[in-house]
Design a protein around this ligand. Sequence first.
Ligand code: ZN
Length: 161
Amino acid sequence: MQCSKPLRGFTLVELLAVVLVLSVLAAIAVPLYVNTRKTSAARACQANLASIASAETAYATRFGAYCGGTTADTSWAAAYTAATAAGNAPTGGLIGAPEGLASAPACPLDATSAYTVQAVSGGACTISCPSRASHATDTGAAVTKWIVQLAAPGADRSNGY
Ligand SMILES: [Zn+2]
């Protein structure tokens, strides 16, 4: 015996209601996801800055001065890229020192720009992220959170480095 009740599909109103519910959920979830990604990138960037600061401190302990130019210098990262692209082990500078970095970290927000390492007057050193303004906007924190200041080798290290 066949079922006498005819099969019934969804009405237009029911489909529109489902589309509306999905749109509301997407409108809530997408901005949350984007915000979480940016906050996570900003935190990962701070960890990269701490790694570079640690390597710079070790370098300065060994050689008596920080590695980096007197102007905004990204050559420490370029030297690594050039050496490894040619199939060689990186030599010299922040990357080549045994206590230095194994690779050149890049900011998760902008992987094409290297971190800036700049030796400043008196033998101190400043390490900063090229995307620090974006990090500050994304997280609402001060831009100085993505700038690490290292005291001159042998100077007071009360800043933690
Ligand atoms: Zn960054």
